[in-house]
Design a protein around this ligand. Structure first.
Ligand SMILES: Nc1ncnc2c1ncn2[C@@H]1O[C@H](COP(=O)(O)OP(=O)(O)OP(=O)(O)O)[C@@H](O)[C@H]1O
Ligand SMILES: [Mg+2]
Length: 470
């Protein structure tokens, strides 16, 4: 699905100037090649051994390698083989000696883009370089286009253009085709249920039932009979047999929401059901086989619950086959305008009034930290639309805690704070500004990435640990 009012703009960037690595132990050929390449307006690097060449390839992006086949130590063919194995996007032109056409053929068979026989004429080499670089450019343009087509403003009801959400969409797409359990983690209001739904409705089970079970809302004594069903007379008041939700989900998806709140004694029964793919309705002696897919979600730190003995480790392992961790809204602020506009449209629809948000109001919406995540944002917009008077939403129409939030932050920066707290805030700020990209945040802070990781670990905040799966 696409967000209304947000169309993906496809722009083709010109690839940056290509870098060409010339590998030859003969100074004259190397220098001549370098001049031809530089003349073509491309950047050059040179190496006289394969070892040097591999080192350069390891350290910097190289678009094209021009290598002699008789270069020490490994030889050009082995170098070509390694480039094909490790640097799939690097093209290779080989230089062969006159009369050794077999090796040139062998090189093309191994994936060289072209070959030039020594001694060569400058225009011939120049033509071949031009051709290869042009095809590299086309490849790169196609890659950029494909990437842009992939990046969407939304997926299955989820909205967000941020790289973190794009990663979530890709993961959903991948796991929706399979049967294994998925554990969705994230703070309250980050969209865990929406992810479970989009996983179900974009996969092969879309025409089967999607059965949500709120493990925190069920009365503990009833969870078992709800999940597994019961037979007539199983307990007082069981006047009829009832199919449990696990069985009712059939070949669909059973969504165990708030799994962290499931009573420990029931966890063992759930584990057995998942392992044996069989259940026994309460009061029954017969076992019923189940084929439903299980997706669980929680905003609790399950690993902590396991350490505290509140959650069974074996059940955690069973459910945690693939983990989807949803980023809190404050770590993907670039998505706020899209969400605001979409909620605005949704809530102003009944009144028919077209509304927009003033720049001031949008700035406040972006500045606020949204501890209640998307749900809080959605509620704030709903309220503002209901209470606002004109077609434009102004900062004054927004809930007052948004203003306090901004004010508090200003005030706090003036306070004298312990160094450690200042450091923590600087790190959080840098992470927010770099949309959670730790390398970029470390650069902003002028520290190494390992130092940043160490400090994040020291603070021990769940939301700052590296994403579990890319
Ligand atoms: N990425 C998103 N795009 C659009 N709407 C979203 C997104 N994420 C969440 N929402 C909306 O926010 C609200 C909360 O989402 P959801 O119920 O899925 O959150 P949750 O993570 O399950 O929260 P909780 O832990 O409190 O149960 C819903 O109305 C949902 O439609
Ligand atoms: Mg939920």
């Amino acid at each position: 699905m696409a967000a209304s009012g947000t169309e993906a703009v496809i722009t083709v960037q010109r690839p940056t100037t290509a870098t060409v690595l010339i590998v030859d132990d003969e100074d004259t050929t190397r220098n001549l090649c370098r001049d031809v390449v530089a003349d073509a307006g491309l950047r050059t690097r040179t190496a006289s051994t394969t070892e040097q060449a591999l080192e350069i390839l390891d350290q910097s992006p190289i678009d094209l390698v021009i290598t002699d086949l008789r270069v020490p130590q490994l030889g050009g063919l082995e170098l070509l083989k390694r480039i094909r194995g490790t640097y799939a996007q690097t093209a290779v032109i080989v230089l062969t000696q006159y009369g050794t056409i077999e090796s040139a053929v062998e090189a093309t068979r191994m994936g060289a883009a072209d070959y030039v026989t020594k001694p060569f004429h400058v225009p011939e080499l120049r033509n071949k370089i031009d051709r290869v670089v042009r095809s590299l450019e086309i490849d790169q343009e196609n890659r950029v286009l494909r990437e842009q087509l992939r990046s969407r403003p939304g997926f299955g009801g989820l909205l967000g253009v941020s790289p973190k959400m794009q990663r979530v969409y890709r993961l959903i797409e991948k796991v929706s085709q399979h049967n294994y359990p998925v554990l969705i983690l994230g703070e309250s209001g980050t969209g865990k249920e929406l992810v479970a739904r989009s996983m179900h409705f974009s996969g092969p089970r879309q025409n089967r039932p999607f059965v949500p079970v709120d493990c925190s809302a069920l009365v503990p004594t009833l969870i078992e009979s709800e999940l597994f069903g019961y037979v007539k007379g199983a307990f007082t008041g069981a006047l009829h047999s009832k199919t449990g939700l696990m069985e009712a989900a059939g070949n669909g998806t059973l969504f165990l929401d708030e799994i962290g709140d499931m009573p420990i004694d029931l966890q063992a029964k759930l584990l057995r059901a998942l392992q044996e793919r069989e259940i026994k309705p309460v009061g029954s002696t017969e076992r019923v086989s189940i084929s439903t897919r299980v997706v669980a979600a929680t905003n609790r730190d399950l690993e902590f619950a396991v350490r505290e003995g509140q959650f069974r480790q074996d059940l955690f392992f069973r459910l945690n086959v693939v983990q989807i961790k949803l980023p809190p809204l404050r770590e993907r602020k670039s998505d706020i305008p899209l969400l605001v506009n979409s909620f605005l449209e949704k809530f102003s629809e009944p009144t028919g009034r077209v509304r927009t948000v003033s720049e001031d109001a949008m700035a406040q919406l972006i500045a606020y930290d949204w501890p209640g995540n998307v749900r809080e944002l959605e509620n704030a917009i709903e309220r503002a639309v209901a209470l606002g008077s004109g077609p434009i939403l102004h900062a004054g129409d927004l809930p007052s805690n948004l203003h306090y939030g901004a004010h508090d932050r200003l005030r706090q920066t003036d306070e004298v704070l312990p160094l450690e707290e200042l450091e923590r805030r600087a790190i959080m700020r840098a992470l927010r500004e770099s949309s959670g990209d730790k390398l970029a945040a470390a650069r902003l802070l002028g520290i190494g990435k390992t130092t940043l990781y160490r400090k994040l670990k020291q603070y021990g905040s769940e939301s700052e640990s590296p994403a579990p799966m890319n």
